[in-house]
Ligand binder design. Structure first.
Ligand code: B3K
Ligand code: ZN
Length: 857
């Protein structure tokens, strides 16, 4: 049963439990080092078959066991830290009470019940509940919970759990609270919070007129920083009603922000627990990206109330059932409340950066995997982001109205249950559901080759699907337009073979051709508009076709994509030491960046070069990291010089008011700051120096600092030092400082990073600090992939340090090794040696699993 024994868990082995667990009553007597948990659960046999009741634990100590209120003799059960087995349960419903003791203060893994800044909090997904008490701890066992909390007697804490508050009281001077959650839920959605916290409250009236009390709990004194999160919550609740018809179901909705948290946030029923970086914001302390992140994560966790909580997953293989779908929903929310095209570009950029490389590397796995060794390592970009792309394709294939009908069917059919991907897909009117299922079942990114030919006034476009290594053909939705000089050609005139066209969309099987004749000049194909499928696109290398697209296309995503292709080609040319026409590229980019017909946030994207990582991927093998870094700097400088007048004009526009965090203001800031980055890269650091000194808005200040640091400007050190001194006591801002320092590419990043580990406020115990410093370092191409292997050895050492204390964070950091095989021999060998060293010493299944997969041939 245990998964952290390194054993492989397989989907084909799925079997329901012998017993149901319809009711659970938990009693917590809180204490920092000795919390006593009394768990009374009603079990009932599922059928006539009886057999032992086998429950899991993780590091538990049993103090007592009762059956129907009577103490059990020791001979009736077996108990160890990892399991409780009731040998011969009665063949009827019965109540089992188990008393265990745990130590929240010694819980450094941040799974189960732990304390963050003195606040008791829990994280149970995926398998943290077993660190609190014995249970089945699997998502297909749903229970109605009553939770009674007795505080540790100190101070005046708030006491929270899932569901609605029944009563509060006092017991021997300690505060108590009783919570009841009427909605059956699996253990992973259980939560408890207790501590001294400040609160922001509000109310929300649902579409049927019910009033819901909303509360966001934060560190005392930081309440004003939670108002944006509250606003985002209310907007999310309304959006789910209007777009999906989903209403909130409890009397209260509580959010708690804690500063030690392994990930972004957690959707526990009625009591979301958040990493405080996704709650706290102030324009002087948080960037526009932080604000957007808060909005997204608040929405995402809220949307889980229906996709994840009301309908949960049968087993962890179905994780994308809730995650991919909920990411799709939060993406749509952002697209509706901000800008659809800008959101699409952001999401695809992230997908290509992280998911495409995962899908092509040693950690690849299907959106719905068949097996896993450690469930915590399956919370991947493939499950989340590719999972969302698969839902998006479903939406593209059947259209919004049919998609909504399918979702309504899904909610009606599976509410209150634990479902599978097959259950979900069967709710939609797809012509070939089993063909579509292949998107879930096979790893790897397909490629589509695009060929264009023009002769005698006839234009011919051929699309050919090339499946990933041995995978099957998949239905690929292609949204398409043929752009002529005067706009898009009428596709109803085109002859289509191998597929049929519906509106601007066809479904590609193996191959399709589109022919249009009677033309004076060749149109240019705008394929995969709005990125209609998560595929690699292989096109002819003719740069002129891209430049034509930049002028003619009316799909913002494809305009940006053509610009990125040109940028990537230019980077590649510099890397290869062959010439390229920077002037030509600069002219095209400058025209787009100064075109008022496009929104500022889009124009900012146009000015951002493909990342170093994209260049590494494009080169593919035997990569020299220093040359990658040099190529990036050279192209940034060349474009900065060639576009200087345009960039200065953009940056000369007044900055938005420092406290305006609207999407419009954010867009204008991002455009000005993208221009500033290129100007600074071109050796003109005055503007960035001035902005770093004077900006009171965090986005503007940080952008200036980043530009100075990236360009190794002489003023960078001073500006960074001042930033440090101004914000040393603001942990979330200090994280930005750590990340900036670790990202510098001046040859000193490793020493600097090591030095900062001695910073009085740095701690490997805090995941945010660790990710900001160590994570940023490992994403610093030149430094992490240094030819002497020093970067690899450093990360390996840190991972081993974290292996026992917090294996999830350790394993997550190690995934940053996933590109090592793309580098040249000395680097590859150094990485291999470093990973082998980790494998020899690692104790946790989290780290062992990642390293074994990274090393597998
Ligand atoms: N469901 C959680 C993630 C839990 C991760 C467990 N290792 C947050 C989310 O996706 O909304
Ligand atoms: Zn989620």
């Amino acid at each position: 049963m245990r998964t952290d024994t390194g054993q492989t868990v397989r989907l084909i082995d799925y079997a329901p439990t012998l017993y149901r667990a319809p009711r659970t009553t938990l009693m917590f007597a809180l204490n920092p080092t000795r919390t006593v948990v009394r768990n009374t659960t009603t079990y009932e046999p599922r059928g006539s078959v009886d057999g032992p009741l086998t429950l899991v634990g993780d590091g538990l100590m049993l103090l007592g066991a009762e059956l129907d209120g009577r103490a059990l003799p020791q001979s009736a059960y077996e108990a160890s830290p990892d399991a409780f087995i009731l040998k011969s349960p009665p063949n009827r419903p019965f109540e089992l009470s188990l008393i265990t003791v745990i130590s929240p203060d010694e819980n450094t893994e941040l799974m189960g019940l732990y304390r963050s800044n003195g606040v008791y909090c829990t994280q149970c997904e995926a398998e943290g509940f077993r660190r609190i008490t014995y249970s089945y701890d699997r998502p297909d066992v749903l229970s109605v919970y009553d939770v009674f909390i007795i505080s540790d007697g100190s101070g005046d804490p708030v006491l929270l759990s899932n569901g609605n508050l029944v009563e509060t009281g006092e017991m021997n001077g300690a505060k108590t609270a009783l919570w009841h959650d009427p909605f059956p839920k699996p253990t992973y959605l259980f939560a408890l919070v207790a501590g001294e916290l400040g609160v922001v409250t509000d109310t929300f009236t649902t579409m049927s007129g019910r009033a819901v009390d909303l509360a966001i709990y934060v560190e005392k004194g930081k309440e004003p920083r939670a108002t944006y999160a509250m606003d985002a919550l209310k907007r999310s609740m309304r959006w789910d009603e209007t777009r999906f018809g989903r209403e909130y179901d409890l009397d209260v909705f509580n959010i708690v922000a804690v500063s030690d948290f392994n990930m972004g946030a957690m959707e526990n029923k009625g009591l979301n627990v958040f990493n405080d970086r996704y709650v706290l914001a102030d324009p002087g302390l948080a960037t526009d990206t932080d604000y957007a992140g808060i909005e997204t994560v608040i929405a995402h966790e809220y949307f889980h109330n229906w996709t994840g909580n009301r309908i949960t997953c049968r087993d962890w293989f179905q994780l994308c059932l809730k995650e991919g779908l909920t990411v799709f929903r939060d993406q749509e929310f952002t697209a509706d409340v901000r800008s659809r095209s800008v959101k699409r570009i952001e999401d695809v950029r992230r997908l290509r950066l992280h998911q495409f490389s995962e899908d092509g590397g040693p950690l690849r796995h299907p959106v719905r995997p068949n097996e896993y060794a450690e469930i915590s390592n399956l919370y991947t970009t493939t499950v989340y982001e590719k999972g969302a792309e698969v839902i998006r394709m479903l939406h593209t294939l059947i259209g919004e109205a049919a998609f909504r009908r399918g979702m309504d069917t899904y909610f009606a059919r599976y509410d209150g249950t634990a479902a599978t991907i097959e259950d979900f897909i069967a709710c939609f009117e797809l012509s070939d559901p089993s063909a579509f299922m292949r998107w879930y079942l096979e790893a790897g990114t397909p490629t589509v080759a695009v060929e264009e030919a023009f002769a005698d006034g006839a234009y011919r476009l051929t699309l050919t699907q090339k499946p990933f290594m041995g995978a099957a053909l998949k239905p690929i939705p292609v949204r398409l337009a043929l752009m002529g000089g005067g706009g898009a050609h009428d596709l109803t005139r085109a002859k289509i073979e191998g597929a049929s066209l519906k509106g601007d969309r066809l479904v590609l099987g193996e191959t399709a051709t589109i022919t249009l004749d009677g033309l004076n000049e060749a149109p240019v194909a705008s394929v995969f508009r709005a990125f209609s499928a998560p595929v690699h696109v292989e096109r002819s290398a003719d740069p002129e076709r891209d430049f034509q697209l930049l002028e003619r296309d009316d799909d913002p995503f494809n305009i940006w994509d053509a610009a990125q292709r040109r940028g990537l080609d230019a980077l590649r040319a510099d890397y290869d030491g062959v010439g390229f026409d920077a002037e030509r590229l600069a002219r095209a980019l400058a025209a787009l960046a100064s075109d008022p017909a496009h929104e500022p946030a889009f124009r900012a994207f146009i000015l951002q070069l493909p990342t170093r990582h994209m260049l590494v991927e494009a080169i593919g093998n035997d990569v020299d990291a220093e040359k990658v870094d040099a190529a990036h700097k050279a192209l940034s400088a060349a474009l900065g010089n060639a576009m200087m007048a345009t960039l200065e004009a953009i940056h000369d526009k007044p900055a938005p008011a420092p406290d305006d965090v609207s999407p419009e203001a954010a867009g204008r800031r991002s455009l000005r700051n993208a221009a500033l980055a290129l100007l600074t890269a071109a050796g003109n650091a005055d503007r960035a120096t001035e902005q770093a000194a004077s900006a009171t808005n965090m986005t503007d200040r940080l952008a200036a600092l980043a530009a100075l640091a990236a360009a190794n400007a002489p003023t960078a050190d001073d500006a960074l030092a001042r930033f440090h001194d101004d914000f040393e006591s603001e942990p979330l801002v200090l994280d930005k400082y750590f990340a900036l320092q670790a990202s510098r590419s001046d040859g000193k990043a490793l020493d600097r990073t090591k030095g900062l580990m001695d910073h009085p406020r740095f701690s490997l115990k805090n995941p945010n600090r660790t990710r900001s410093l160590i994570g940023a370092f490992a994403q610093n191409t030149a430094a992490f992939h240094a030819a002497d292997g020093s970067g690899y050895r450093f990360l390996a050492d840190i991972a081993l340090k974290l292996d026992a204390a917090n294996p999830q964070v350790a394993a997550r950091l190690l995934t940053l090794f996933s590109e090592y095989r793309r580098f040249d021999t000395p680097r590859r060998e150094a990485a291999y040696a470093a990973l082998n060293g980790v494998l020899e010493q690692a104790k946790s299944s989290d780290v062992g699993d990642i390293v074994r997969r990274l090393l597998k041939a």
